[in-house]
Design a protein around this ligand. Structure first.
Ligand SMILES: *Cc1c(COP(=O)(O)O)cnc(C)c1O
Length: 426
């Protein structure tokens, strides 16, 4: 059906649920754990993955699938799935191809939860992780690969460091070693950046952020480009290229072709780990997606105006926002996301850590919340909130200065946002 239109604004509004005559105009919530079949054999064929169809919502639910289909279309991939959170999305994306005894490479500038997931929790599961500065030259990245390296993971714009990824460098390093590049595209969203066009193989999202956009539901998504040739590196990815005994010897790449990776993640990981998104939440996510193309440019426009204002204020020590022409990452942003980056920027108040905390306590319109990418402007101090378990050394390695305030600029009138900053700074 998507051959009727391909512009991203139309995909936001119309992709996914496309009702046939007489069906509801709005995506229905299939509020049902289970699905009925007329014969025992019909249901049996579903369990064997012989037929496709629904049988239990932990594996698949139509509401979720229509929303995953919209996100697939927005990213330009071949298959997609929803998860209960962005954490689950990144976990599944990696664990689908890396298990005990394997090794992965990750950018050091990633979300704190992802950093913990890869370096602490998955380490306990036997997956070793090497961390690399995303600004490191390719020669240095290349030295980290081992025979058991299974993927490279990075964020298109790092949360909270707002570092823009050099996609081509990371894709070249990954592909020259025969492994896929997984990119968490939460911050720019497909409105501003489509990682598959720059060599990423798998994209993940915390849909909790701009996609939902209203701070209503925690959720995640994984999209596969279909471009990585698992069969070419069959020895490295036996989970995809050799028989799955828990599914009567199915070989995912043979049976599902380009959908192999997502089918495996659904039929093994979702089956056994169960991090599903509730259909109610998927419905709300879809409402958010319908206006993503309107909200994201407004977030960026406001963020740029706020960044310029802060930059010129005498009490502000520093501002990082890749939309600023003199920002370290402006050139990469111009290349990979020329229409805009995101609504998140970082800055510090002169006087250091305590001055930043005092400033935040004076804000009225802008609220202190553990969140970003919401219609409402909000701030967070990573050193005393999200990243508080990290040492100062780890904070700096993750690109987080101790005085750093992460500011998620909302879509209110920008004059009101600046007025609130003005009175708090005064
Ligand atoms: C928030 C976030 C996550 C984690 O997502 P949750 O939905 O909170 O589990 C992962 N990656 C990035 C870039 C994020 O901003």
């Amino acid at each position: 059906m998507n051959d009727r239109y391909n512009n991203i604004e139309t995909l936001c509004v119309q992709a996914g649920w496309t009702p046939k005559t007489g069906e509801p105009r709005v995506l229905p919530i299939y509020q049902s754990t289970t699905f009925k079949y007329d014969t025992s054999d019909a249901m049996g064929r579903l369990f064997d993955l012989e037929d496709s169809g629904y049988f239990y919502t932990r594996l698949q639910n139509p509401t979720n699938d229509y929303v995953a289909e919209k996100i697939r279309a927005l990213e330009g991939g071949v298959a997609a799935m929803l998860t209960s959170s962005g954490q689950a999305a990144n976990y599944y994306a990696v664990f689908n191809i890396a298990e005990a005894g394997d090794h992965v490479i990750m950018s050091s500038k990633v979300y704190g939860g992802t950093f913990n997931l890869l370096t602490a929790t998955m380490k306990k599961m036997g997956v070793e992780c090497s961390v690399v500065d995303p600004d490191a030259p390719i020669e240095e990245i290349n030295t980290l690969f081992k025979p058991n390296t299974k993927c490279v993971l990075a964020e298109s714009i790092a949360n909270p460091a707002v570092v823009v990824l050099d996609f081509e460098k990371f894709a070249e390093a990954a592909h020259s070693h025969g492994v896929p590049l997984i990119v968490d595209n939460t911050f720019p969203t497909p409105i501003n950046c489509r990682p598959f066009e720059w060599g990423a193989d798998i994209v993940t999202h915390s849909t909790t952020k701009y996609m939902d956009g209203h701070a209503m539901c925690v959720g995640g998504a994984i999209v596969d480009s279909g471009n990585f040739d698992w069969e070419k590196y069959a020895d490295k990815y036996p989970g995809l290229t050799t028989p799955d005994e828990s599914y009567h010897g199915i070989v995912y790449t043979q049976k599902f072709g380009k959908a192999a990776y997502i089918t495996k993640a659904t039929s093994q990981l979702m089956r056994d780990l169960g991090s599903i998104q509730a259909p109610q939440n998927a419905f709300l996510l879809n409402v958010g997606l319908e206006t993503l193309h309107l909200r994201v440019p407004r977030h960026c426009e406001n963020a740029l105006a706020v960044a310029k204002y802060l930059k010129s204020h005498k009490k502000v020590a520093w501002v990082t926002y890749p939309g600023l022409p003199d920002d370290k990452y402006h050139a990469l942003a111009q290349k990979y996301m020329p229409n805009g980056t995101c609504g998140v920027l970082c800055f510090g108040i002169k006087g250091g850590r305590q001055a930043s905390i005092d400033f935040m306590d004076k804000l009225r319109l802008i609220s202190i919340v553990t969140h970003v990418a919401d219609v409402r402007s909000c701030v967070l101090h990573p050193a005393s909130h999200t990243h508080r378990q990290m040492t100062d050394e780890q904070l700096l390695e993750a690109g987080v200065q101790p005085d750093l305030i992460r500011f998620s600029v909302g879509i209110e009138n920008v004059d009101d946002i600046i007025a609130d900053l003005e009175q708090a700074l005064a």
